[in-house]
Design a protein around this ligand. Structure first.
Ligand code: MG
Ligand code: MG
Length: 609
């Protein structure tokens, strides 16, 4: 009977994905799935119907790619119907068995009926599924019966299992699907009642928590495990405890993946399974080496002058010049900005190219990143020569794992020689507080999972923020303790590359003084409308002198139960702007309430007469 302990070796061994989860023609999907590193596929009937490849050719293609065909699906509306209808269903099944024979597939998914003629009669359902399984067995095929969350009479996994148990046929088992289970709020503890060998298949999907019709929710909003709000790991754990030793298979469809690049989605998908296995305690990839702070932010631009002017006005001093590359080091407090004139685009101007993360164990962080399929950045692209391990985030930003100024580790700062000093100011900037990265809209979920999985950061709540032309999404990921915070924002729409603004927020001890001094040194700070301050006065009981100072310096204000957040922005240069921030009392936010004001002010500033 059931193995009481989850077995990492067995569960970790095979990973599969339904072809419906990717965009494009079937042959391209198969190539992408194999290239990502999956072991098998579920062939979705519509993909088969839509391809010119014969079942034999699909079989050969899968064999060439090293992919097993783990499942053929779906067969709908089979059970608990009047006899004449069931006889026609059996005929339908024979056609599918024939296709499966040609494909070399031996497991067929049957989902619970939504046929209005179906009867609420478990005995009839069991009897008919028994007959179906008998026919299947003659072809060497097994049937996995799955409860759809919107099935007419069978809509929970435990009900589907009771019918399978009652049918009592060796070629009939059940298929568990985490979306159908968790979307209904079913207790996963009941999975323990199913013998592992009767779970013929395990399908996994997540979804953001939403209050909507479950069918629409499933069709449009399923996402890969770890990208939504369902406890998918609990289903995997429960299945593992029964002794289930089949594949972990992703069955995800949503409006975004259907338009996204298949190769990239396949990698995102496999990463989600790797992270899921770890969360379920079934595998142990190298543990994250949690970043403790920002080592640097690198801006790339062929024309460095506009950025230099901003850095200078913000109180940064150029302190170093790379010994062999066109890279300058600018510093203030513990904040370091690298200016790389050997990279970047003339068209879009300065852009954030890389972020250095202070990492206790850079090699370990890099091993984890590789284990979780993060693309490793070739060393020659590094802005510095010291051994730095780097991976590319989904938006292309390079993340360097480094240790700065540790005697036991060669530091990247050793690649810089002192530069002819620019004027040195006693500024207010202490360090980099956070970096905001804009993601293409169809890569947003991928980016969140990447930063959580690869870096081990904690994901915070998703926010919808209003800008002058619509809503945009923002989600923060941060290291415990707040040493590293990243704000992931979604770009306005497809093809909006030029609008993919990024920003570097600098922590200050006195943002009002920092703003005044920056202005005095010629910085263009974003003007904030007077209406904002009138409203602020009404919302918060602020000291009138503070309110005047905010108004006069163009500083925005936010507050929660922990403390205050004061911040202002520079005008945008290319794709980048800077933010000066001051946190008091352990405030952990990012001024989300003011984001709409900032976006409107940026728009007004960009289109000023
Ligand atoms: Mg399913
Ligand atoms: Mg910010």
């Amino acid at each position: 009977m059931a193995d009481p302990q989850p077995s990492a070796a067995r569960l970790g061994a095979r990973k599969s994905i339904a072809t419906v989860s990717l965009s494009g023609p079937l042959s391209e999907k198969l190539t992408a799935i194999a290239a990502a590193g999956f072991d098998g596929v579920e062939i979705f009937e519509n993909d088969l119907l839509g391809t010119v490849l014969s079942p034999e050719e699909i079989r050969a293609r899968c064999a060439d790619l090293g992919l097993a065909i783990d499942l053929y699906q779906p067969m709908r509306d089979v059970e608990a119907v009047p006899e004449d209808v069931f006889v026609r269903n059996l005929r339908r099944a024979e056609r599918k068995f024939d296709v499966m024979r040609r494909l070399g597939a031996d497991l067929l998914l049957v989902c619970s009926s939504v046929d209005p003629r179906a009867l609420d009669d478990d005995a009839l359902a069991a009897e008919q599924l028994h007959r179906l399984a008998g026919r299947a067995q003659e072809h060497g095929i097994r049937i996995a019966y799955e409860a759809l969350a919107w099935g007419r009479h069978v809509d929970t996994y435990d009900h589907a299992w009771r019918i399978v148990e009652q049918a009592g046929h060796p070629a009939l088992g059940t298929c568990l699907d985490s979306f159908h289970i968790l979307s209904r709020g079913s207790e996963v503890s009941g999975i323990a009642a199913i013998p592992g060998e009767k779970i013929f298949f395990l399908q996994l999907a997540d979804a953001p928590k939403m209050a909507m019709d479950v069918l629409q929710w499933s069709r449009h909003h399923r996402c890969f495990p770890g990208q939504g709000g369902l406890d998918v790991a609990s289903v995997v754990q429960a299945a593992a405890r029964t002794g289930y030793d089949g594949p972990l298979s992703l069955e995800v469809f949503n409006d975004v993946f259907r338009q996204a690049d298949a190769a990239r989605t396949a990698v995102d998908a496999l990463r989600s399974l790797l992270v899921l296995e770890e969360s379920a305690g079934l595998s142990e990839p190298p543990a994250p080496s949690l970043p403790t702070g920002f080592a640097f932010a690198e801006l790339a631009t062929p024309d460095t002058e506009p950025v230099r002017a901003v850095l200078d006005a913000l109180g940064f001093a150029r302190t170093g010049r790379h010994t062999s590359k066109p890279v300058e080091l600018w510093e203030q407090g513990a904040a370091r900005i690298l200016l790389n004139s050997g990279a970047g685009s003339r068209r879009y101007g300065p852009a954030l190219a890389a972020v250095g993360l202070e990492t206790p164990d850079p090699a370990q962080a890099a091993h984890r990143a590789e284990a979780l399929l993060a693309p490793v950045v070739p060393r020659r692209r590094a802005p510095v020569d010291a051994p730095l391990d780097a991976v590319a985030a989904p938006d292309g930003t390079e993340l360097f794992f480094c240790r700065t100024g540790r005697p036991d580790h060669p530091s990247w700062t050793g690649d810089f020689e002192p530069a002819p000093a620019t004027r040195h100011q006693a500024g207010h900037v202490e360090r980099i507080d956070h970096v905001a990265l804009t993601q293409p809209w169809h890569q947003f979920d991928e980016a969140v999972l990447f930063h959580r999985g690869v870096l081990g950061l904690t994901v915070h709540e998703s926010l919808d923020l209003a800008d002058p032309y619509g809503l945009f999404r923002s989600r923060a990921v941060a290291a415990p303790g707040g040493g590293v915070r990243l704000a992931l924002n979604v770009a306005p729409g497809p093809g909006a590359d030029g609008q993919m603004l990024q920003h570097i927020a600098l922590a200050t001890d006195d943002v009002i003084a920092a703003a005044r001094e920056a202005r005095a040194r010629g910085a263009a700070l974003l003007p904030i409308p007077a209406n904002y301050y009138d409203d602020l006065a009404a919302r918060h009981d602020l000291d009138p002198r503070l309110l005047d100072a905010l108004r006069e310096s163009g500083v925005l204000y936010d507050r929660d139960e922990h403390g205050e957040f004061l911040h202002c922005y520079t005008a945008t240069v290319g794709r980048v702007f800077f933010e000066l921030v001051q946190r008091t009392g352990g405030h952990q936010g990012y001024g989300a309430l003011n984001a709409g004001i900032r976006l409107a002010a940026q728009y007004a500033h960009q289109h000023r007469p």
